[in-house]
Design a protein around this ligand. Sequence first.
Ligand code: LRH
Ligand code: MN
Ligand code: MN
Length: 388
Amino acid sequence: MTFSSDVRDALIHQEIELPSWAFGNSGTRFKVFGQPGVPRTPEEKIADAAQVHRHTGIAPSVALHIPWDRVDDYAALAHHARDLGVRIGAINANVFQDDDYRLGSVANPDPVVRRKALDHLLECVDVMDATGSRDLKLWFADGTNYPGQDDIRARQDRLAEALAAVRDRLGPGQRILLEYKLFEPAFYTTDVPDWGTAYAHCLRLGEQARVVVDTGHHAPGTNIEFIVAFLLREGRLGGFDFNSRFYADDDLMVGAADPFQLFRIMHEVVRGGGLAPEAGIAFMLDQCHNIEPKIPGQIRSVLNVQEATAKALLVDAHALAAAQSAGDVLGANAVLMDAYHTDVRPLLAELRADRGLDPDPMAAYAASGHAEKIAAERVGGRPAGWGA
Ligand code: LRH
Ligand code: MN
Ligand code: MN
């Protein structure tokens, strides 16, 4: 079996964005486990991301998180990234880690706190201008813990006002990617709890706002591929924060908990034309590697997305459409399952070899000596931000 030239083309041009925070020490609220060789600076995080790209060939950008990646000169940071063969991708805002945000950020009842939060979001657009980033990714921890704690409608008004102010500040070609999350840290109401809420805000904001689907932010059993199909059809899917969940927002490696779900999602992406660069879908990872080594964890994750994508590209679209229109339930399902059960790993290994990459990125990284080198060079790696 071989990949058709269309499939090869799609796989060669696929780009998966890495999160800078995946390279820092992380953990749970119980314990952050330090690892040897962890980056001490944003520059070192970008250098680690560049290693992942070097071995996979499809991870050419790295997302920043402000203020975790705060530097004096963002243009210089972008230059540093380019020198290493990668670029800076989405800018992730952080309006959840200050004491001021106890009752929320942009939906806070206090206008002074709202202003502070908005100023940070606007500062993030300044960063985008300096780095040349297209996307501002917004996740709000805003919500309430108790019935009656705040006015649900008023919080929506405040949120909408802040989002509109950010939208007004965007340059041409820049976008808001609005993330939703079912719960946590708020446990009673969350101000952007689901795709419907995010979508409604994006519709009001206009063409420069799209929804980002973080795969870990849904209730168990949610049909995420339906959400993907719907948003893509409406032109409002901005991208993904890929990760795996077993229980809540576990941020485990994408494709680890449920590779079949990842395949189903990628099938809808392919079906909706979402792999084409002009579709503007950002394929990002949002993960933490609490107990496993970080660079190999990112390589594994990129490969998991690539394998799911390859399987989705192997779905026989004609046979599927024929079975569907004939009402052949079992036949249609079999077409999909045939693709899912194909072992694409040897084909992907060949594809890498053709591109001058090592066919086995995990083994190539292990043999590169990079892990030992950074362990010797870097002392005192910083937490990624979580549980710091
Ligand atoms: C919180 C979260 C969210 C953001 C990330 C920076 O749930 O994981 O998904 O994208 O932090
Ligand atoms: Mn996320
Ligand atoms: Mn999350």
